[in-house]
Design a protein around this ligand. Structure first.
Ligand SMILES: CC(C)(COP(=O)(O)OP(=O)(O)OC[C@H]1O[C@@H](n2cnc3c(N)ncnc32)[C@H](O)[C@@H]1OP(=O)(O)O)[C@@H](O)C(=O)NCCC(=O)NCCS
Length: 322
């Protein structure tokens, strides 16, 4: 087995680029918008997955490692996450892609193991999201000692034409709501989300991460944070969303985070959703996306009831270096 040896990083990036161009027909499911069935799947994959990936590889924001095993080459594209590393007090990396010029899962797993030995040190944490269609990579991750932590259902809502102002009693959150929203995000633990489901983190670390995420949403990480507006009652839930972005001519917005303390008031995720949808309709949204876990039955019920349709499924795997 050998690594990229004397080839330069630029050579490796060029090799990856030509491999991706060749493999487009087999990897169209890597586009995060592969549910847009009226756009050519290969064009979608090139424009919304391959180009953004290469734009982060060429200037060095992401690193490519190439490993050759018995003449078969595997490429691993990865990125350090400084914010997450500081938050979790360990080096955190996201693997953006594992791809190869072959479909041999064992060879991919040998490449992954070699990559882990070469680039990680004790305490490091890595994670990767893989489409459910990429079986060789999923098998290889298991052989290499990665664990499956989350199965994600990626939903989309295409029905803005019918969205109306239902006058739901909701309002936008302000800075003054941060303490209560942080508390709800921490208390309403979703034990199937990526961090809670991962034995790499304690419940306290995972709760704290979600609490910080909720606070950051109000501070501007999300464009919209909607909360219940009942006179005399503190907000007991929230739904955060981002404004639409034009993706190949379609205005696509996304839901970012939700939690509702339903001890006293039930069914509020639906009310918050109606409020967010109306807000997004005013911003000319065509499609709204959201992600939940295959295990999150209340959320699945709410999204499907509102008209969301399943777009694609992927799995999150993680690895803790020992
Ligand atoms: C998901 C969540 C926001 C839902 O809050 P809510 O709207 O107050 O929850 P409800 O208890 O009213 O349930 C919502 C709907 O799911 C239905 N539901 C509840 N459990 C269900 C189950 N096991 N199977 C199917 N449907 C279920 C409820 O009947 C309700 O539907 P209805 O209004 O048509 O009766 C809340 O449970 C939560 O904060 N969970 C933790 C964080 C989380 O999972 N966030 C969402 C990530 S996508």
């Amino acid at each position: 087995m050998s690594t990229s040896g004397s080839t330069t990083l630029m050579d490796t990036a060029d090799e990856l680029s030509s491999l991706l161009q060749r493999r487009v027909p087999e990897m169209t499911f890597y586009s995060p918008y592969s549910f847009l069935r009226n756009i050519n799947p290969e064009t979608l994959c090139r424009e919304t997955f391959i180009e953004p990936l290469l734009q982060s590889v060429y200037p060095g924001k992401a690193t490519v490692s190439a490993v050759t095993t018995n003449g078969q080459k595997t490429y691993i594209v990865w990125k350090a996450l400084p914010w997450d590393s500081e938050h979790f007090h360990r080096r955190v990396f996201r693997i953006e892609l594992v791809t190869s010029d072959h479909d041999n899962a064992e060879a991919i797993s040998v490449a992954l193991k070699s990559f882990l030995v070469k680039f990680t040190e004790r305490g490091d944490y890595l994670f990767i999201t893989v489409p459910c269609e990429d079986l060789p990579v999923l098998h290889a991750l298991s052989y290499a000692g990665f664990r499956m932590v989350e199965t994600r259902l990626n939903y989309f809502f295409p029905g803005f034409i019918a969205v109306e102002d239902v006058k739901a009693p909701v309002r936008m959150a302000g800075e003054e709501d941060i303490p209560v929203l942080r508390e709800i995000a921490m208390r309403k633990r979703n034990r199937f989300d990526r961090v809670h489901a991962d034995p790499a983190f304690t419940d306290k670390e995972a709760d704290n991460y979600l609490g910080t995420f909720a606070a950051q949403c109000v501070r501007g990480f999300a464009d919209i944070v909607m909360v219940p507006d009942i006179p005399g009652v503190k907000p007991f839930g929230f739904l955060a969303a981002n404004n639409p972005e034009k993706i190949m001519g379609v205005n696509i917005a996304k839901l970012v985070l939700a939690a509702v303390d339903n001890r006293e008031y039930r069914g509020w995720l639906s009310d918050l959703l109606l409020g967010v949808m109306y807000e997004l309709k005013k911003k000319n949204t065509d499609v709204l996306t959201t992600i939940t876990q295959a295990s999150n039955r209340p959320a699945i019920h709410v999204w499907e009831n509102a008209g969301f349709v399943l777009g694609f499924v992927n799995h999150v795997y993680s690895y803790s270096a020992k």
